[in-house]
Design a binder for this molecule. Structure first.
Ligand SMILES: Cc1cc2nc3c(=O)[nH]c(=O)nc-3n(C[C@H](O)[C@H](O)[C@H](O)COP(=O)(O)OP(=O)(O)OC[C@H]3O[C@@H](n4cnc5c(N)ncnc54)[C@H](O)[C@@H]3O)c2cc1C
Length: 381
């Protein structure tokens, strides 16, 4: 395992940092906290694709760069550092691309993959429902065969990219204990979408999706009938590595803001960075961010090596997202009263960090997965 980025990874991250610092982050901040219009989001995704996001870890035959997940993760961290509202759509697009590459029939790959990897197309992936959260096997949205079509009925919720996406990979129940992924094209198989206002990350979309007798050709089945649960678990591994990076990228930004502030602000006759209780907070942040990144890089390297890594991905997700909650809170505390105002970005980081321990399996679920891998005994129910 490489602790330090390679020369290529360093150069790629530096190039990306320049684009984010000089162009994308200022435009994102000027836009404000409201929903980012689709054209604006696609514009940013296309610029980022030129720097390896979303395309770095995917095969060249589909428009990817054929690099590794470790490189992708190092680049992903930079986007999260600047704007999680843009990094989250990239996470979903990347995971959807991986799912299509692994499991979709050729005609679906041909139709959607190059656009997805170039940033022109946005995807959604939906498991969660009003009554289905941590227990993913309990999906109720039903797909019933009618000749060469599926007829889909149900309701999905918390669907990232929902309002912006061009297609939606829906996890459907197709038989008793049988889950199947079906791709719905927004234009060809219309469904109703409603945005969900949240405490943060309202630039990107989180939505409810209502499916009422939606007719989709059976040839839009991804991964074969009944493969939905198995493929969801693989998807979760990729998503969880990104989720850990969501956490430590925000934490790193919060730490940098706190360091800057603590050097400038003086109280009791000296810079607050010189007060020991402030110094302790910064030292803890730095150490936890490094630990979280190392967990993430280890999991990504295991994905690259084709090793089983459900436990390692769960560790990366749990630890990265939880240290973000702590680090952003401490960064706000270091800002004192200024921290709660919208003049300083730490208040936004706190709101974005506290969301991270929930999607793609809550912290509690990650701990159950880790313990099950170690003991062989499941504690889910
Ligand atoms: C911003 C955001 C984006 C999301 N994006 C997507 C998306 O794109 N696609 C998608 O399908 N879903 C998405 N989700 C949904 C997300 O995956 C679920 O919210 C998550 O899995 C938890 O499910 P739940 O909210 O129903 O909570 P519940 O499952 O109801 O859990 C409630 C609480 O009970 C705990 N709990 C549940 N079961 C156990 C147990 N066995 N032991 C101990 N504690 C337990 C949980 O940890 C949690 O604290 C998103 C959610 C958010 C907030």
């Amino acid at each position: 395992m490489s602790f330090q980025p390679t020369q290529e990874q360093k150069m790629a991250a530096e190039g990306l940092r320049k684009l984010l610092d000089n162009d994308i982050e200022p435009a994102f901040l000027a836009h404000g906290s409201g929903p980012i219009p689709k054209e604006m989001m696609v514009g940013w995704l296309k610029q980022l694709a030129e720097h390896g996001l979303t395309n770095a870890p995917h095969p060249e035959q589909y428009g990817g760069l054929g690099l590794d997940w470790v490189t992708h993760l190092r680049l992903y961290e930079e986007v999260g550092y600047s704007a999680m509202d843009i990094a989250l759509p990239i996470l979903i697009n990347c995971v959807a691309a991986d799912l299509l590459i692994q499991s979709a029939p050729e005609h679906i790959k041909e139709r959607y993959l190059s656009g997805l990897l170039s940033g022109d197309i946005i995807a959604s992936v939906g498991i969660s429902e009003p009554d289905v959260g941590s227990d993913v096997a309990a999906v109720k949205t039903r797909a019933v065969r009618d000749g060469d079509d599926w007829i889909i009925n149900g309701e999905k919720t918390w669907i990232s990219n929902g309002e912006l996406s061009d297609f939606f990979v829906c996890t459907c129940k197709t038989g008793e204990g049988e889950l199947t992924h079906i791709l719905l094209d927004r234009k060809e198989h219309p469904y109703e979408v409603r945005g969900i206002p949240k405490m943060g990350l309202n630039g990107q979309s989180t939505a409810q999706i209502f499916l009422s007798d939606v007719r989709v050709p059976v040839e839009n089945t991804i991964g074969g009938i009944g493969a939905g649960l198995k493929n969801t678990l693989v998807t979760f591994e990729r998503a969880r590595v990104h989720m850990g990076a969501w956490g430590y990228s925000i934490a790193r930004r919060a730490m940098d803001e706190a360091i800057k502030y603590s050097q400038q602000r003086t109280q009791h006759g000296k810079q607050i960075a010189g007060h020991q209780l402030i110094a302790e907070k910064i030292a803890t942040m730095a150490t936890e961010i490094d630990a979280a990144r190392l967990l993430g890089i280890r999991a990504a390297e295991m994905i690259d090596l084709g090793l089983r890594c459900d436990k390692e991905c769960a560790m990366a997700k749990w630890y990265g997202t939880e240290i973000a909650v702590k680090a952003t809170r401490d960064a706000l505390q270091i800002h004192g009263g200024n921290g709660v105002t919208t003049d300083f970005i730490v208040e936004r980081l706190v709101r974005e960090a506290i969301i991270a321990p929930i999607p793609d399996g809550t912290t509690e679920i990650q701990k159950l997965l880790i313990a099950r891998a170690l003991t062989g005994v499941q504690a889910f129910r």
